[in-house]
Design a protein around this ligand. Structure first.
Ligand code: GDP
Ligand code: MN
Length: 396
């Protein structure tokens, strides 16, 4: 699960990690109030207004602006709220801005003695460990740094069963070229960042830029956090940070029916049980000249209700020209799936796209009888190759 910058910063702060201070606002009036609060609390005179959407590159898209008074902060906020922000990460459709973060300016205009770093903790699947990935080149896309100046990117693997050692914090601070007071600020920052990462069961924390201010403080200016969905049950406070507005509505609906659904751009909807078979089915669709409109794993406990929900979700996508149902009955009983298909035809009504169904395994014979007896125009397929051929002729 992804969360907003302001939420990520609040997690960091609860572990003593210094961040660029700020408050979130949903209206221009709130923006003026929180800007005033920043002025009182931190003596802030210059404000940064930052669009809160689940995508980076906001600076480039016009989602980060400076204001010189609470009134101007409100003005900028009122323009930003409700706009559709397009950044290199949102795709051309962009994302609507519903919240803004009013933050203190930490670059102190005119000061040149600042440095921007890149800092992240992520999972290194190859090594089977966590890894700090960091760079002296902050504030720009890390992908770009990797391409143009790979020697500026460092990694420090951390054993997840142990801890981040003090000597590792010193290696990182040293590689970033820090000395003296700010060196110690950095080691302290890294300790807190690691605590925040481990205790929130995060799978990614990315701080870009991580700023060394002109008065030698180390501050998280931006913050991207991805939390492990499978661990959210341990963190009701973090689970509550979920923002459904930022998620694909069809994917939200699917998760409510316990379906594993990911929307894709193709024209063949597919409904499969098991992630492995679902991946193989997508390959099959590709081989037959189509392209998958979605990934959908109905899971091991598929029954008439989940199958019907699956159909509903697939049919919401106007690109879908055919549907391939590929079920291998192991724990799942094929007759239940067949009943679900028949039910879906009845309740959804007007299913006009061709539906190719391959049901194999437990109770496949009963399933076939059910479908044959239903009078529905379902195209039955028996093998993988057979299904591929029938998808191909359905598309042509
Ligand atoms: P992103 O573009 O979505 O990654 O958003 P960031 O939070 O990283 O902000 C983008 C850019 O805005 C940063 O790289 C900075 O250059 C700039 N920025 C952020 N905070 C401040 C600030 O306090 N003062 C000034 N002058 N610029 C800032
Ligand atoms: Mn950033």
């Amino acid at each position: 699960m992804n969360i907003h910058e302001y939420q990520g910063k609040s997690i960091l702060q609860s572990h003593g990690v210094p961040v660029q201070e700020g408050f979130v606002a949903e209206t221009a009036e709130q923006a003026a109030i929180v800007a005033e609060e920043l002025r009182k609390k931190f003596g802030t005179e210059i404000f940064v207004i930052k669009a809160q959407i689940h995508a980076g590159g906001r600076g480039k898209g016009g989602g980060v602006k400076i204001a010189r008074s609470p009134a101007e902060a409100a003005e900028v906020a009122s323009r930003m709220l409700g706009m559709t922000l397009v950044t290199p990460q949102t795709g051309p459709a962009g994302k609507p801005v519903r919240k803004v973060l009013i933050a203190q300016d930490v670059y102190y205009e005119g000061e040149s003695d600042i440095r921007e770093f890149y800092m992240s903790i992520l999972l290194d699947r190859k090594r089977g460990s966590y890894v700090f990935m960091y760079s002296t080149e902050g504030g720009m896309d890390i992908e770009e740094v990797a391409e143009k100046k790979p020697e500026a990117i460092f990694t420090e693997p951390v054993d997840a069963t142990c801890c981040l050692h003090d000597f590792q914090k010193r290696i990182i601070a040293f590689n970033l070229g820090l000395r003296g007071k700010v060196f110690r600020e950095m080691t302290r920052f890294l300790g807190g960042l690691w605590d925040a990462f481990i205790s929130s069961d995060a799978s990614l924390i990315e701080i870009n830029p991580l700023l060394k201010t002109s008065d030698d403080r180390i501050l998280a200016v931006d913050c991207k956090v991805t939390l492990d969905d499978n661990a959210l049950f341990r963190h009701p406070d973090l689970a509550a940070m979920r923002d459904l507005n930022e998620e694909d509505p069809t994917e939200v609906e699917a998760s409510e029916s316990s379906l594993n659904y990911v929307k894709l751009d193709g024209d063949v909807g597919c409904m499969v049980n098991g992630a492995g078979l679902a991946m193989a089915t997508m390959d099959l669709i590709q081989l037959s000249g189509g392209s998958p409109a979605n990934f959908l794993d109905v899971g091991g406990g598929a029954n008439a209700t989940t199958v019907e929900a699956g159909f509903r979700i697939i049919l919401k996508d106007p690109n879908v020209k055919a549907i391939l149902v590929n079920i291998f009955g192991g724990i799942v009983r094929c007759d239940r799936v067949a009943a679900g298909i028949i039910e879906a035809y009845k309740t959804i009504g007007n299913i006009t796209v061709p539906v190719i169904v391959r049901l194999q395994g437990t109770n496949a014979t009963e399933a076939k009888e059910l479908i044959d007896g239903s009078g529905l125009k379902v195209i039955a397929a028996s093998t993988f190759t057979d299904a591929a051929g029938k998808v191909r002729s359905a598309l042509s």
